[in-house]
Design a protein around this ligand. Structure first.
Ligand SMILES: Cc1cc2nc3c(=O)[nH]c(=O)nc-3n(C[C@H](O)[C@H](O)[C@H](O)COP(=O)(O)OP(=O)(O)OC[C@H]3O[C@@H](n4cnc5c(N)ncnc54)[C@H](O)[C@@H]3O)c2cc1C
Length: 283
């Protein structure tokens, strides 16, 4: 999902919608479990497990093999791949979601505000984050995010453009001023190395940046955590910017891993937006 970059008259960059890239997904090869299965009596027919003729998407394959290890369900009476949806419906219904923690997906998310990432990183269980460092990067990559509410209103849009130009200008002026002070031996900024000095300048300058500053972030989470976050953040109670991101994350994950997200339903809201709901929020 791409997001176009716009510029104000003063060349301040901004985006109007989120960008999303699925950058990692499970790559599963269960052939190695043959050694394990062969260690049981031949008449159990465990070895045939790896030759199930129905192929599953990787996350489903991984989750199913993990779940079936729990009960040593490798023999002919197990749930076969052709009935995998029934297997996952049962896991979801019974809340046995720990097996979904094996499958991880990573997204790069950009064109989103610092307000959004502040809400996002509150999700801790099963999640990993790497977010742009406002202490490390300079004003060269500074961009902003225009909220939907401003986009359809000429006055609010003009105020937004004026505000981000001002924020960009003030940020640069502050950094220039602090670097100039450093040359005169200003105590607060004394850094032993160049990077250290840059951080000391930018950690002061960033205090001027508004919540609508763009905050690119890489998020990795397991399926159980994605399900929980989609439930919380693609809900009609969630803030609209984060809801839009999680609605699109849901659509991507549902495409690549349909059986693990089948219970979620898209609901059209009276204001023309969408949310996602499931009867099984805590799996
Ligand atoms: C609509 C909305 C409004 C919100 N408003 C506010 C607000 O006004 N102020 C505010 O501070 N926050 C607010 N939040 C954030 C919210 O309180 C949570 O911090 C955030 O959604 C993370 O969810 P989680 O606690 O389920 O954590 P996750 O890390 O996503 O955890 C998933 C689940 O794991 C379990 N778990 C995780 N960590 C622990 C733990 N340490 N101990 C025991 N069990 C654990 C819980 O069952 C939890 O639900 C809001 C969230 C939403 C969606």
């Amino acid at each position: 999902m791409d997001s176009k970059v716009y510029f104000t008259k003063e060349k301040t960059a901004y985006l109007k919608s989120p960008g999303l890239a699925l950058i990692s997904r499970p790559d599963v090869d269960i052939s190695g479990i043959a050694n394990f299965l062969q260690g049981f009596p031949k008449d159990y027919e465990f070895i045939k497990y790896i030759k199930d003729p129905v192929k599953l998407p990787p996350a489903e394959k991984l989750t199913k093999v993990a779940g079936q290890t729990c009960y040593m369900s490798f023999g002919p009476k197990r749930t076969w791949n052709k009935e995998a949806q029934k297997y996952f419906d049962n896991i979801i219904f019974s809340g046995h979601g720990s097996v979904m923690e094996h499958a991880n997906f990573s997204f790069l998310i950009w064109g989103v505000s610092r307000s959004l990432t502040h809400e996002l990183v509150r999700h801790r269980a099963g999640c990993a984050y790497s977010q742009v460092s406002q202490r490390y990067v300079s004003g060269r990559v500074l961009r902003f995010v225009e909220r939907k509410e401003y986009q359809g209103d000429k006055h609010l849009h003009e105020l937004f453009e004026e505000r981000i130009d001002r924020a960009h200008r003030e940020y640069s002026e502050m950094a220039d001023y602090l670097y100039a002070k450093q040359e005169k031996g200003y105590k607060i900024l004394l850094g032993e190395q160049k990077t250290d000095l840059r951080k000391k300048v930018q950690q002061v300058s960033r205090s001027l940046l508004p919540n609508e500053t763009e905050a690119p972030i890489v998020v990795t989470a397991n399926v159980r955590a994605w399900r929980h976050m989609i439930n919380m953040r693609a809900s009609d109670h969630a803030e609209v910017e984060i809801r839009n991101v999680f609605f699109n994350i849901y659509k991507i994950l549902k495409d690549v891993s349909p059986m693990l997200f089948k219970d979620f339903k898209v609901v059209h809201l009276p204001d023309g937006t969408y949310c996602v709901k499931t009867t099984y929020p805590k799996v």
